[in-house]
Design a protein around this ligand. Structure first.
Ligand SMILES: *Cc1c(COP(=O)(O)O)cnc(C)c1O
Length: 427
């Protein structure tokens, strides 16, 4: 494949955009080379500016659960745009999507829309602090909750990829209020509660971690976490920006049967437009302004185009009784195929998968937390990534990321992918 035009576009971009990109992981820093520039995308495929075609396993990092240019979403946005693009005043569609989301997701009565997953998570911890009157939060090493200051402490993917454990610009004071636990290790959480009695407002977690590669919770971990939070009167926040509307209609809460106190959304909920949201039972949500004292706002929050895309997306998900079954079957089929060819090629690897989220780690140990994920061999991943890219398969340019499957993916696409992995991993 040739990447002439992409390379040229990247050179132009670097002159006027820091690193040429508007979000660091797009820059191919950890795998080498220069990013490909997308011209358009349809269904399971990406087409770049040089005319190359790829089967897409990033899918905008999660939102495109039903494939690119999904007609109901595209049409909804076009029709809405004709009536004006933003008012800063209430519109009926905000209530429609809120009611639908509340009906799909367990344990929430009210939801507030924002513009990104970052905003959702940062607002959720402010609400948790306001509601409990406590200041500290617990997060897990390797979990990512957006780029707001409180979370840029051992934050997975982008940061791990670049080896920046903490970002300059985050104050010591802020870092002091974020306590770190190890994923899948309930003792590490209990110890933090013991060391900081009556100080912890909330525990925030990706119920299936997706930002250190895909790392599912081990049996009983989320249950124990729920119990420890109850015992310490701390709120449990599920950051379902990645898992929400992807693992089940009701996300990880439904899949695992665990009730969170606050749930954060992003990605799928916006159907590819900039949307985030956070939700909880009424007692907690009514702590927000204008009814309650916790302030949170946004000029473009609930934007009509974004709500139209989100509503079309959630409606499609809600009405399709077999969607999650199909995604599970495709995921299982891909996992089985990858396992066979990697074994045949004598590779040492671990595959973690849950539904339509899957990761291949080149290591021998089980991957259950950030430390074990970090042992995956990075040079091997580099050649794997480029081997797949050359063969028309686009996965995330970092070993700390999850592959996202879409319903648009056919079994022919999956077979093609498995074959490409077989060729890319031959010794
Ligand atoms: C992507 C992501 C975020 C941040 O969302 P943005 O829309 O990129 O701000 C937060 N939490 C999790 C779990 C995510 O995967």
């Amino acid at each position: 494949m040739l990447y002439q035009r992409s390379s040229q576009l990247f050179i132009e971009a670097e002159k006027v955009i820091p690193g040429g990109v508007n979000s660091p992981v797009r820059a191919f820093k950890s795998v080498g080379g220069t990013p490909i520039y997308v011209k358009e995308a349809k269904g399971a495929y990406l087409f770049d500016e040089d005319g190359n075609k790829y089967i897409d396993y990033i899918n905008s990092w999660g939102p495109m659960l039903l494939g690119h240019s999904y007609p109901p979403v595209v049409n909804a946005v076009i029709e809405k745009a004709k009536k004006g693009t933003s008012f800063g005043m209430p519109t009926e569609i905000e209530t429609e999507i809120a009611a639908l989301a509340v009906s799909m997701v367990p344990n929430i009565d009210k939801i507030r829309f924002v513009n990104s997953g970052t905003e959702a998570c940062m607002s959720a911890i402010r609400l948790a602090r306001g509601f409990t009157g406590k200041e500290k939060i617990i997060k897990f090493r390797g979990c990512y909750h957006g780029h707001s200051d409180s979370f840029l402490i051992s934050a997975g993917s982008g940061l791990s990829t670049f080896g920046v454990p903490n970002s300059p610009g985050v104050t010591k004071g802020t870092a002091h209020d974020t306590l770190l636990a190890d994923y899948n290790n309930i003792e590490s959480v209990k110890n933090l509660f013991l060391e900081n009695p009556d100080e912890i407002a909330c525990v925030i977690i990706e119920p299936v971690a997706g930002n250190m590669g895909c790392v599912p919770p081990i049996e009983g971990f989320l249950e124990s976490l729920r119990k420890v939070c109850n015992e310490n009167k701390a709120l449990l926040i599920f950051d379902e920006v990645m898992t929400g509307f992807r693992l089940a209609k009701g996300g990880a809460q439904e899949l695992f049967g665990i009730a969170a106190d606050i749930v954060c959304f992003g990605k799928v909920i916006g159907g590819g437009l900039p949307v985030g949201a956070f939700a909880a039972r009424a007692e907690i949500m009514d702590y927000l302004a204008p009814v309650g004292p916790v302030y949170q706002a946004g000029t473009l929050s609930g934007n009509p185009l974004a709500m139209a895309a989100g509503l079309a997306m959630l409606t499609a998900i809600n009405e399709d009784e077999k969607l999650f079954e199909r995604l599970e079957e495709k995921g299982a089929y891909l996992e089985k195929g990858l396992t066979e060819v990697l074994l045949k090629n004598n590779r040492k690897f671990v595959i973690n998968r849950i539904g339509s989220m899957i990761s291949v780690f080149f290591c021998e140990n089980n991957v259950v937390d950030f430390n074990s994920a970090a042992k995956a061999d990075t040079p091997e991943f580099k050649s794997f990534f480029h081997g797949l890219l050359q063969r028309g398969i686009y996965i995330a340019p970092s070993s700390y990321e999850t592959w996202f499957l879409t319903d648009a993916l056919t079994y022919e696409d999956i077979n093609f992918t498995i074959e490409a992995v077989a060729l890319a991993t031959q010794s």
